[in-house]
Design a protein. Structure first.
Length: 95
């Protein structure tokens, strides 16, 4: 009789383990989906900014502008940092 109880308990534990593994799998999928949605939202926002400020008409043009901008920033990194700091300080003084 005691042997049967132990076997039953073991089966119950194995069932709980499977249930927890499934729950873990669902939670991981939910986290991954949330991360994908957040990334998609960021990409849409960045694309909208490019479209607005650079009047981009398509992905090829966006790629060209991004590469050119990247090279310009890379070549003038110190100047860009100074501009950013100066603009930030000016905005604080406006308040």
């Amino acid at each position: 009789m005691a042997r049967k109880d132990e076997e039953t308990r073991l089966e119950e534990i194995e069932l709980k383990i499977k249930q927890l593994q499934e729950k873990q799998k669902r939670l991981k999928a939910k986290i991954k989906e949330k991360e994908r949605k957040e990334r998609t939202r960021r990409l849409i926002q960045v694309g909208a900014i490019f479209e607005k400020w650079f009047e981009i008409t398509g992905p090829e043009e966006a790629e060209q502008v991004a590469r050119a901008f990247h090279e310009a920033v890379k070549a003038n990194r110190d100047k860009w940092k100074q501009i950013t700091v100066t603009n930030t300080n000016e905005n604080k003084n406006d308040d």
